[in-house]
Design a protein around this ligand. Structure first.
Ligand code: MN
Length: 334
């Protein structure tokens, strides 16, 4: 890539003056943050061949990102070192998510750039920003920078960006025009979409798999009017089992498990159930059951849990009684 950039364009500093640059991800970097940082690093390196570029991952990275970082390896910044000419924060959203790097940016005289698809919360930390709130991924915004500079990513960088776009757009299901267009152009640049799907696939956790299958085996089905309620019990992974029962089609799922005289209950419902019945599982079921049985609990409208110092049978009976109060009598199906 023989590239030139104007001062009003990324990286907003004369590339020949650059010696040290760092691209900072949000804390616990996800695939979009890390792979966007990877592509930006490659871009800066091609613009400024004499510049050393590092990637900072405050607080580490997710398990998937760790795997991707060995597929797309890059120098990781030493947290104790400062004094960069250029700081690029990518996919950050809230400045707080920079962890200790927020202070480093505030103190530094280097040029600070934000590249993001989250709504900008102006804290005045950055000198320049390239933000597109309409993008489903930061990688899409990064690809836009390549295009404006007339830079074609090399096949490895194109692959990183395509992986990131797929990761942040539910495999393109929620991607808009620019995301889809970027995906096609990245494939033209040498990225492979089947490979992207493979690289984003997680290894199964067999403890969770067995719990979900056992949970399905022990299923009881009830009807309350039109609603289908599924219940089951399992020693661990109650939340995963409850969620998979909703995937199977239940409107409302309850999964219980007893350990050391305490019963844990996970609750899940569909959005459709929530909007129609107005039942908030967190406040109206989990918190209420914790209050009735002297335990603790809470959560969101469609995902909640509680635990109670009571036997499993008693806890389940009491929760079913509350369901009856909220959505009408439950009839068990054979
Ligand atoms: Mn993102």
């Amino acid at each position: 890539m023989a590239l030139e950039s104007k001062p009003e364009e990324f990286p907003f500093i004369e590339p020949s003056a650059l010696r040290r640059a760092v691209v900072v991800c949000h804390r616990n970097a996800d695939a979009d943050a890390y792979l966007s940082a990877y592509a930006l690093s490659r871009l800066i390196e091609s613009l400024a061949p004499r510049c050393h570029v590092s990637i900072a991952t405050p607080g580490g990275m997710t398990t998937l990102t760790q795997r991707l970082s060995s597929r797309f390896p890059h120098d990781i910044a030493d947290e104790s070192v400062g004094g960069y000419d250029l700081y690029v924060a990518v996919d950050v959203g809230d400045e707080e998510l920079l962890n200790e790097w927020r202070g480093k940016l505030m103190e530094s005289k280097g040029v600070k750039v934000l590249v993001d698809h989250h709504p900008r919360r102006d804290g005045g930390l950055y000198d320049h920003s390239v933000v597109n709130e309409g993008a489903t991924s930061a990688a899409e915004v990064v690809y836009g920078i390549f295009e404006r500079l007339n830079a074609t990513p090399d096949p490895q960088t194109a692959q990183a960006l395509l992986d990131a776009i797929l990761f942040d757009s539910s495999h393109l299901a929620i991607a808009g025009r620019s995301g889809l267009q970027a995906a096609v152009r990245l494939m033209d640049a040498g990225a492979d979409i089947a490979q992207a799907r493979r690289e984003l696939r997680s290894e199964p956790d067999y403890g969770e798999v067995i719990a979900k299958l056992k949970g399905a085996q022990r299923l009881s089905i009830f009807k309350a009017g039109e609603w289908v309620v599924a219940t089951s019990h399992i020693g661990s992974f109650q939340a995963h089992v409850a969620r998979s029962m909703v995937y199977l089609g239940a409107d409302l799922a309850m999964v219980s498990g007893e350990t050391d005289g305490e019963t844990r209950v996970s609750l899940r419902s569909t959005q459709r159930f929530q909007e129609s019945t107005m039942v908030k599982l967190g406040s109206q079921v989990a918190e209420e059951m914790a209050r009735r049985l002297g335990g603790h609990g809470g959560g969101h409208a469609t995902a909640a849990s509680f635990s109670a110092p009571a036997g499993e049978e008693e806890t389940v009976q009491a929760t079913m009684k509350l369901f009856g109060e909220l959505i009408g009598e439950l009839k068990k199906l054979d």
